[in-house]
Design a protein around this ligand. Structure first.
Ligand SMILES: N[C@@H](CCC(=O)N[C@@H](CS)C(=O)NCC(=O)O)C(=O)O
Length: 244
């Protein structure tokens, strides 16, 4: 039995929801409202000491971190749709893209997303209560990020993140002019990762910058991703229910 603890159908949570959907796996959905800081409640920190979603529970064992979860699913669920190439070289390329997306793209997209949307939520919280909520957050970098969402991110940090995204956009566009999917000729976990953390969000966050004219291959890849039944299924996941 699989249980996925996840936030809204976006970013790291969507990444695992997509992998589950591609493999048509039935799972228990446990939704946590990140804006209510449910991920820092003691019962959840006991599952993931970092106080972050997603977390997968499988037959009583717990796996944290979306990339580790998706590779785990790949290892244990055989016979379902493969999302990791059989060829070790292609797999290495897939892992390199995953690492790049996890370490560079995800955080930069997230900072701009939080800057636009989280501030409204955190500024509405009364100061003493906000401070008490911050004190429960296990990771120093997340404490700083939640504070920044309320006080405003430093313009230099936002500019640095945007620079990384422009660099990433160029690298992705270049790759997609050479291969149909991010890691080569196969649809892989790297495509799942990119779609979940940036594919939809870049054009939404920066409509003047990430345009179809500038990134034709990225947009064409997006259209192919959006047409996948698993993408529709994952996007329509019903919170706190058994899915798929
Ligand atoms: N490395 C982690 C990062 C997970 C992560 O950034 N989770 C975010 C949501 S996308 C989260 O839980 N944020 C709320 C918080 O840290 O308070 C993974 O990929 O699983």
């Amino acid at each position: 039995m699989f249980t996925l603890y996840h936030g809204a159908v976006a970013a790291s949570s969507l990444k695992c929801l997509l992998a589950l959907a591609e493999k048509s796996l039935t799972f228990q959905s446990r939704y946590l409202d990140l804006a209510k800081f449910e991920q820092h409640e003691p019962w959840f920190v006991a599952l993931n000491p970092e106080g972050q979603v997603p977390v997968l529970e499988h037959d009583g064992r717990v796996i944290c971190d979306s990339s580790a979860i998706n590779e785990y699913l790949e290892d244990i669920v055989t016979g379902a749709a493969r999302l990791r190439p059989l060829d070790p070289y292609q797999t290495a390329l897939m892992r390199r893209w995953n690492r790049y997306i996890d370490e560079h793209v995800m955080e930069s997209v997230s900072m701009h997303g939080w800057n636009l949307f989280m501030g409204q939520i955190t500024r509405a919280i009364e100061p003493d209560r906000f401070e008490a909520l911050i004190q429960r957050i296990p990771l120093a970098r997340q404490r700083a990020k939640w504070r920044a969402s309320r006080e405003g991110f430093a313009p230099a940090s936002l500019a640095g993140a945007l620079e990384k995204l422009i660099e990433a956009g160029a690298a992705i566009e270049k790759q997609l002019t050479k291969t149909a999917w991010l890691a080569g000729s196969d649809y892989t976990l790297a495509d799942v990762n990119l779609y979940a953390v940036a594919g939809r969000d870049l054009p939404l966050l920066f409509p003047d910058m990430f345009t179809q004219e500038r990134y034709p291959r990225l947009f064409e890849w997006m259209a192919r991703m959006s047409a996948r039944p698993a993408v529709t299924a994952a996007s329509e996941v019903k919170l706190n229910e058994i899915n798929f």
